[in-house]
Design a protein around this ligand. Structure first.
Ligand code: F1P
Length: 308
């Protein structure tokens, strides 16, 4: 048994603790999300959903803030780092507080560098992970932040989605696929970026992510019968036509939607944390099929420390 599987399977348990957190966003404030890797992807998904719901949010990588001075005029910076140690995010926190921004750190590590730099901290130590790749903690942080806009009962759906994901993905002949393409719009584009990262980090696969209709505008040229396309769909008829095109060219589509292979409720974008569950499990399963250890992927460390 790998830690990664354990950390994916405990997602429903993490989500059952959501009510203990009372974070909330204000329409009067401008927010800036900052992070690296998966933590940046949480920020990307959050800014999409916040902006759609009448809030004001931007996202930048820790590296961008560290290197450049074109800092947005936001009032509150939310710095996400699971380990609390990614150099770029920690330096960004320092730079943003020096500019007078309120800084809120979100981490699952106690006593980490980010907590020393931020004015306020949300420390989710019960969600700390042993494996290098971020899984359950990603889902929890995203759900906790989304609950700051409106409360949703993620826990109620999560067990079934986890069970369905395992059942459906276990039935895929994963050894056939060596190219993974993730498609989705808006917050689902962020989910696609994160899905691609999971397959790349854990299973060292060739990955891509695009908006669905953009896929025909060039990227489809590398589609073969070894390509698995993971479509996080909003159920539009144009997306259904795209599936026909992909399958007509020999590719296989795994559809994640209200009526897909893996069924996710329509919560107007707020279902984002639930859409992450199948893609994390897919990354884990492909790593196992390749004979890799998903807990400690090649070339990666739990956090990137520059100059260290
Ligand atoms: C950020 C991160 C991880 C990635 C890798 C390197 O870590 O980019 O998302 O999987 O392990 O670090 P953190 O700042 O969230 O701790």
């Amino acid at each position: 048994m790998h830690y990664t599987l354990d950390e994916i399977r405990r997602i429903p348990n993490l989500l059952s603790q959501l009510n203990e957190f009372d974070f909330s966003f204000s329409k009067e404030k401008k927010y800036l999300f900052v992070g690296c890797g998966s933590s940046y992807n949480i920020g990307f998904i959050m800014k999409e959903i916040l902006n759609k719901n009448g809030y004001k949010a931007k996202v930048l990588t820790g590296g961008h803030i560290m290197l450049f001075d074109d800092i947005p005029d936001s009032e509150v910076a939310i710095l996400i780092t699971r380990t609390g140690e990614s150099t770029e995010t920690v330096l960004a926190a320092k730079k943003l507080s020096q500019k007078g921004m309120k800084t809120i750190g979100i981490t699952s590590s106690n006593n980490s560098s980010i907590t020393q730099q931020c004015e306020e901290n949300i420390i989710l130590d019960f969600a700390e992970e042993k494996s290098v790749v971020m899984t359950g903690s990603f889902v929890f942080i995203l759900a906790m932040l989304l609950n700051g806009i409106e409360k949703n009962g993620y826990y109620n759906f999560s067990e079934k989605i986890l069970e369905d994901s395992e059942k459906i993905i276990d039935q895929l002949a994963l050894e056939k696929y060596e190219h993974f393409v993730f498609l989705g719009y808006d917050e689902n584009y962020g989910i696609s970026k994160e899905g691609a990262l999971k397959l790349q980090e854990m299973a060292l696969q060739y990955v891509e992510y695009h908006e669905p209709l953009e896929y025909r505008h060039g990227p489809i040229s590398t589609l073969t019968n070894k390509t698995l396309v993971i479509l996080n769909s909003k159920g539009m008829k144009e997306e259904k036509e795209l599936i026909d095109d992909i399958e007509g060219l020999g590719g296989k589509v795994l559809l994640i939607s209200t009526d897909g292979h893996i069924k996710i409720p329509n919560m107007k974008g707020f279902e984002a944390p639930l859409r992450i569950i199948p893609i994390q499990y897919l990354g884990y399963k492909k790593a196992i099929q390749m004979g890799y250890n998903p807990d400690s992927p090649k070339n990666l460390s739990k956090s990137v420390k520059l100059g260290g």
